[in-house]
Design a protein around this ligand. Sequence first.
Ligand SMILES: [Mn+2]
Length: 320
Amino acid sequence: MKHKFSQEFNTLNFVIKESENILLFAHSRPDGDTAGSVLALKEYLKTLGKNADIACYDLFPEFLKNLSEENFINPNTLDISKYNLIIAADSVERGFQKIEDRIHENQVVALLDHHPDITIQGDINVIDPKYSSVCEIMYDFFTFNKIPINRKMATFIMLGILGDTGSFQHSNTTPRVLEISSELMKKGAPLPKIVETTFSNKSISTLKLWGKAFEKAKINSDNGMIVSVLTKQDLEECHAGSEDIAQVSGILNTVPGTKFALVLSERDGDIIKGSLRSEEYKGVDVSKIAAQFGGGGHKLASGFEIKGKIKETENGWEIV
Ligand SMILES: [Mn+2]
C-alpha cells in the first residue's frame, strides 16, 4: 500500500521496535483526540513489551475515567533523557515545546498532528490538516504497518475521531472517517458509550455560558438569521474560556426555520469575533457573509474579526 506518509510510518514503527523506553506526550488541557492517540499507542507498545509513559502538564481527564485507568505524569517530574523515543500527539504546540530543550540529539522525536501552521519540527513529522484527528492518523499508522487493532485500541481511536468531529457533525466528517469508524466498531469499539463520554465532557462553566447565549438569542425573520452575543463579562461571570464558545453557533443553527447562525463574542484586545454556521439544505453560503467583514472560511462554517466592544441597548446590541 502506497501512502502519503509511507516513509514516516515505516520509520516510526522501526524506531518504536528499536526503543526500550518511550515517552508519549499529550497536550495541555487534554481532549479526546490527544488522549485517544496516546492511549491507543500505549496499548500497542504494551504488546511489544516496551516501557511507555504518558506525559502531560495536566491530569488525566475526569471524563475519560470510565474508558481508561491510565495516569498522566507531569513532565517536570520525569527524567526526559531516559527515553529513546518521544512521540507527541495532537496540538504539539500546547505544552510539548516546553520540554524541547530537555531533549538530547540521540533521542528521536516524532510529531503527529493535524493542525495547520505547526512551526516545531521533529525527526519524524506526520502533520496534515486534512486529517479529522490525530486518531485518524493513528488508524492509518496501525493499518499501514499491519498492526492488529484490538478492542481497546479501537475504542481509543474512536474516542479521538468522535471528539474532533463533534460526533460526526463537523465538516471534517469525511467518507473515510465513517469507513474507519465502521472498521473500529467491527473491532468492538462501543460507539454509544464513547459518544456519551464525549458529550458528557461539559463543565458547568460551559453550560452556564451556553445558557447565557441561548437566552439572548434572537431570530431575524427577514433574513433567517439567529444571532446571539457573548461579552467578556459573560465569560467572567461563568468562569468560562473562549474555547467554550466554539459550539454555540452550531447549536443555534439547529433551530427550525433559521437559515444561519451568528455568534458575536468579545475577545482580548477589543476584538469581536463573529462565528457563522449553516447547513447544506439551508442554501446559504456563510463564507460570503464573513468575507463582507474581512473574514473567511467554508460555505457552512466561517468567521471574522472586527474591532470594537458589544453594547446591549433597548433595541438590541450595538458594536461600539
Ligand atoms: Mn485533534
